[in-house]
Structure formats: C-alpha cells, structure tokens
Design a protein around this ligand. Structure first.
Ligand SMILES: [Zn+2]
Length: 390
C-alpha cells in the first residue's frame, strides 16, 4: 500500500494541499511564504514512518477532488481492491461519493467502483442497492445492469437476472439471448425441484423461444416428460437435439433409448439411429445401435457390426470394450477371466477421459456444466469424442 500512496504525493502537492497553502497564505499575517503546508508535511511523515492508514486518511480528507485528481483516486481505489485491500478501497470510494461538488459522471463511476468493492467483500445487498440507485441516474446504466445481472446469478434469483440481462441488452446492444435462455432453464430446474412441473415446462419453453437452438431446454423438457412417463413427448424433445446441435448426440442418445423402450418402439429407435450414422460422435451412435441389436437378440449381427466399425475408426477403445464384454458370453473358464481383466483395464482407461471441454477457456471435465466453472461463460462447455484431444 505504501508505494501506492507515494504515487499520490506529487498529485497532492500539485493540487489540494497547494491550494490549501494558498488560502493559508492569504490569511497569514506573518508573511512566511516559503513554508510547506502542514498537512503535506504530516502526510509525508506518515509515509516515512510507514503509517499508511494515517496517510490515506489524510489524503482522502484533505486533497481537493476535481476532474484532474478524481482519476487518480479512482485508480487508487481499484488498485486497493485488486490487491485484496477491500476496506481501503471502500474508504476511498465512499469519500469520493460524499464530496458535494463532484460531477455526476464521476460520482457514477465511484458508485460503480464502490459496488464492486462491496461485491468483493461479499456484501451483495449493499452492492445491489448502489447499482439500483445508479439506474436512476443518467450515467453507466448498462454497466449497472451488467453488475446486477452478476449479483442475481450469484444469488440464483433467475427472474431478476433475466430482467437485468434484458436491461443490459437494451442499453448496451450486446445480445444476451443465449444467456437469458440459460436463466430460463435454471428457473425451470428450480421449479422442477419444487415439484411444480407445469411451471418448469412453461419456463423451459420460454428458453426455446429466446434461443431456438437451446439443447439444454430440449433435454430438460424431455427429462420432465420422461419423469411424467410421457415417453412420446420425451422422445420428441430428445430427438430435437440432433437437429439443434449434433455434437450433443452422446448426451441425448442414452435418453432416447429409454424413451423409445418406454414406447415399446424398437424399430422407431433403429430408424432414428441409422439417421444419425455418419455424423460427429459416431461411436456413441454405434454403441447405441449395438445395444439395440443385442436387445433384439441379434448377437452375431452385433458382433459383426462392432468388428466392422473398429476397422473404420481411429481410436475405437469404447467399441473394443463393448466387443470384449460381448465375447465373454462365448467362452468359459480361464478365457472369461482374461477377457474380464481386459475389459476392466479398458474401462479404467476410458473412464479417465475427459468428455467435455469449454470452447472458451479450455476447461476439461467429465461432467456437463451449462455454466463453465472456470470462465463462468454460459453454454461454452461441449462434448468431444476423440481421446487424441485429451
Ligand atoms: Zn470456460
């Protein structure tokens, strides 16, 4: 902190303390024009004696704030916050706001900064109050809406987050449609947890209106339908994912199998799977086809199909594991024990793969998150297939 205050010393000398000295000179009958202002000397002493808080106290009280010095104050405040010295940052920004002659735009900037200090200190309600106040001024409305959006995200108050995102979108022109769709999905999941499935469906459909490509909304609507034992609806919603974003087929294919088996429509599933063949993430489609064949008792055909696919694919470890599992049914004794060991080794290897990756920051995970835990972007984590990408 000390080094930051040393930076302010020339500013202090050039402005506030200097002008304070002029006033003192005007009323000084002794005519001693060469002395330094007393506050300046005291401030310097505090710094020399490594008493930064006293020096800071003096700075914020005595130095005149005008359009020249306000930038330095704002810089000092944000430097304090970035260094984790939040209380000091708060003191600097509060002091700025309290100055009666501060220009409106400077007061607004100080309020925005103070709000960030409060957020850093975990005082979300105080930050929220400041940002709402800021919305009633002529300045920094987009920034205030953006920060409010962050607060409501943290508080998981999704309807308020949607309102703030809309306000931010209309003032900044920066599209928030994808993010708003995720907020609707979050709100839908909350309602689903409360057992209010009709409201959950309503919210998930609003997500689809905001972002017709929202695979999350389709998967959610499918899951709700499946819980209500409406397999036909579930299959319809899950199948939409293939059109919205085929990269998400590995997520939705196992769910589609459950829906079709609820319908008792094996041939419908086969037709659907053959439509998906040749697309990205093909090994998941192949796996589901093989399991479909096995359910129908077509074991030799399933074995043949597996062998054929393994010849085609570059790193068919998941298919090989399936093949080894299938082969165990044809042998007995020691051979089964060996095959079982091979299957276990392959399984352990495959389970170490990361299945999802954030296209924004590269964060890798075995679980699908709709908001990246690392960069906090929405909808940037996507499935990927090849172990070569690991
Ligand atoms: Zn990320």
């Amino acid at each position: 902190m000390l080094e930051l205050l040393w930076l302010l010393l020339p500013v202090a000398a050039a402005t506030g303390w200097w002008s304070g000295n002029r006033h003192a000179r005007a009323s000084n009958t002794s005519g001693n024009r060469s002395s330094l202002p007393g506050d300046y000397v005291r401030g310097l002493n505090y710094l020399l004696n490594e008493q930064p808080d006293k020096a800071l106290e003096l700075f914020v009280r005595v130095v005149e704030v005008d359009s020249d010095t306000v930038e330095t104050y704002l810089l000092l405040g944000s430097l304090f916050r970035r260094r984790g010295e939040v209380e000091r940052a708060i003191r600097v920004h509060q002091n700025l706001i309290a100055r009666p002659h501060l220009e409106g735009r400077h007061r607004a900037t100080a309020m925005l900064e103070l709000g960030k200090d409060y957020m850093r200190a975990g005082l979300l309600d105080r930050a929220e109050g400041l940002y709402k106040e800021l919305l009633n001024t002529r300045f920094l409305k987009a920034e205030a809406s953006y920060e409010l959006q962050r607060i409501y995200e943290q508080e998981r108050d999704w309807l308020e987050a949607i309102r703030s995102a809309e306000a931010y979108q209309s003032t900044s022109g920066d599209s928030q449609q994808t993010v708003i769709a995720h907020y609707w999905c979050e709100a839908a999941e909350q309602q689903r947890q409360y057992g209010r499935s009709r409201l959950a469906i309503d919210y998930a459909k609003r997500a689809l209106v905001r972002d017709p490509g929202s695979v999350r909304a389709s998967i959610l609507l499918g899951d709700i339908a499946l819980t209500a034992r409406d397999s036909a609806q579930a299959a319809k919603h899950y199948a939409r994912v293939a059109e919205q974003d085929p990269d998400f087929l590995p997520v939705v294919l196992p769910k589609l199998r459950v829906a079709y088996s609820g319908l008792g429509d094996q041939s419908g599933l086969s037709r659907l799977l053959s439509r998906f063949r040749g697309r990205k993430h093909d090994s998941e489609t192949v796996l589901q086809m093989i399991r479909d064949m096995l359910e129908r008792g077509e074991e030799p055909a399933a074995r043949e199909a597996l062998l054929e696919e393994m010849r085609k694919q570059k790193a068919p470890l998941r298919l090989l594991r399936e093949y080894v599992a299938l082969e165990q049914t044809r042998f007995d004794g020691d051979q089964v024990a060996i095959l079982s060991l091979i299957e276990r080794v392959l399984s352990e290897h495959v389970q170490q793969w990361y299945t999802y990756r954030c296209k924004q920051c590269g964060f890798r995970t075995k679980n699908l998150f709709w908001q990246c835990p690392s960069c906090h972007n929405w909808g940037t984590i996507r499935p990927y297939e090849s172990p070569d990408d690991q």
